[in-house]
Design a binder for this molecule. Structure first.
Ligand code: NAD
Ligand code: MG
Length: 384
């Protein structure tokens, strides 16, 4: 059987590196034909040296010459947003791992969907911005959207237990993040060092901050809304500090189907690559006997107002997701740059959403305009 040709958008990030670890154990099944990163050109060149892909792409065009100088001979080097899309178009790949962070990954992911590829999708922001459009395009092209986000992978797996029309509810679990037990005052003034430490997961810098505000869960509510075509009022969030149950679905007969596993992103990544097959994994199996107890708590939308934004935006649809995501990306950058307090991240996103002139069924161009508008709004607020 011919090996499946894989490209990784965001290969130098946390998900990207984990994907390469998974692929290192599956060399008989998969071949890496393309790697793409944003700015870390040396790491990209090292990865290319090891994996010998046909294509390498770098998001930051100013680094193209440096990457070319270090790239293995024979590899085609592409650059910029167009370069990412070209990588998807030219590489004749079977699977695109979409693991760029933020809207930066949107157009290349859309290209992969239009081309009818299997898209192992970690880049949740893409679905938050353009979920309605992307899922429609996938239906038209036959592209497979297989979630990598651990909660959505769990839901995807649990949904195999029943008919879609018999689905009653989705329970998205959350560890609660680093500030689960903090007071509102403590959270408002949390430092970057406090927010950068996640109790369970080791992830990229942006999603780690999102987990602390619980904006990550808000984005995941919207992600689930589009990926599984469920209305917002059928999605519930459950705090589960052990992060062993990755999510659950409830069918009309009251049966709940959950997926459990060690918190290790290599497991959902591998599943997205090999689905529907389940191969031995490089992750540790869950030691059920070692689990003393599993805890659950109701989420607190007062201390974590971002959560409510997720429900509101999932219910509203249209251009709201683009604004939620872009305002959050801009606010998180401002927090990481020391320009605002932790508590102001969600305030800025709330303000942008309240000022936005909502569109019902925006085109891709209109979504990108809404994205740019929201970034500007946050920028303007930072100056006032
Ligand atoms: P990360 O910051 O570690 O990596 C991001 C990757 O995107 C890097 O390779 C970076 O070079 C690349 N990138 C950024 N801007 C780019 C651009 N303009 N052009 C090309 N490449 C660019 O982030 P991560 O934690 O790996 O997260 C990636 C995505 O997966 C995010 O959408 C995140 O929400 C999602 N996700 C991550 C985890 C996790 O455990 N890390 C879990 C679930 C979902
Ligand atoms: Mg998740």
């Amino acid at each position: 059987m011919a090996r499946k040709r894989v490209i990784i958008l965001g290969s130098t990030g946390s998900i990207g590196r984990n994907t390469l670890e998974v692929l290192a154990g599956l060399r008989d099944e998969f071949v890496v034909v393309g790697l793409a990163g944003g700015t870390r050109w040396q790491e990209l060149a090292e990865q290319a040296d090891r994996w010998q892909p046909e294509y390498i792409a770098i998001g930051d065009e100013s680094l193209e010459a440096r990457l070319k100088a270090e790239a293995p001979p024979g590899a085609t080097v592409l650059a910029g947003g167009d370069g990412l899309e070209e990588l998807v178009t030219r590489s004749e790949c079977d699977i695109v791992v979409s693991a760029i962070v933020g809207t930066a990954g949107l157009l290349a992911t859309v290209r992969a969907v239009r081309m009818g590829k299997r898209v192992a999708i970690a880049n949740k922001e893409t679905l938050v911005v353009a979920g309605a459009l992307i899922t429609r395009l996938a239906r038209e092209s036959g592209a497979e959207l297989i979630p990598v986000d651990s909660e959505h992978s769990a839901i995807f797996q649990a949904l195999h237990s029943g008919r879609r029309e018999d689905l009653h509810k989705i329970y998205l679990t959350s560890s609660g993040g680093p500030f689960r037990t903090w007071t509102m005052e403590q959270i408002r003034d949390a430092s970057l060092a406090d927010a950068q430490v996640h109790p369970i997961w080791d992830m990229g810098p942006k999603i780690t901050i999102d987990s602390a505000t619980m904006m990550n869960k808000a984005l995941e509510i919207v992600e689930a809304r589009w990926l599984f075509d469920v209305p917002a009022d059928r999605i519930e969030v459950l705090i589960h500090p052990e992060a062993v149950i990755h999510s659950m679905v409830e069918f009309h007969d009251g049966c709940l189907i959950a997926q459990l596993g060690t918190p290790d992103m290599r497991i959902p990544i591998q599943y997205a690559l090999t689905y529907p097959r389940r191969l031995p994994s490089c992750g540790e199996p869950l030691d059920v006997m070692a689990l003393r107890r599993l805890n659950f708590e109701t989420p607190d939308v007062v201390r974590f107002p971002a959560l409510q934004l997720g429900f509101d935006v999932a219910a509203k649809g249209g251009s709201a997701g683009a604004v939620l995501n872009a305002a959050n990306e801009a606010a998180v950058s401002a927090f990481r740059a020391g320009q605002i307090k932790f508590g102001e991240i969600t305030d800025l996103v709330t303000d942008a959403l309240s000022r936005h002139e909502w569109m019902d069924s925006p085109t891709m161009e209109e979504l990108l305009t809404a994205d740019a508008w929201a970034r500007n709004e946050v920028g303007a607020c930072l100056k006032c």
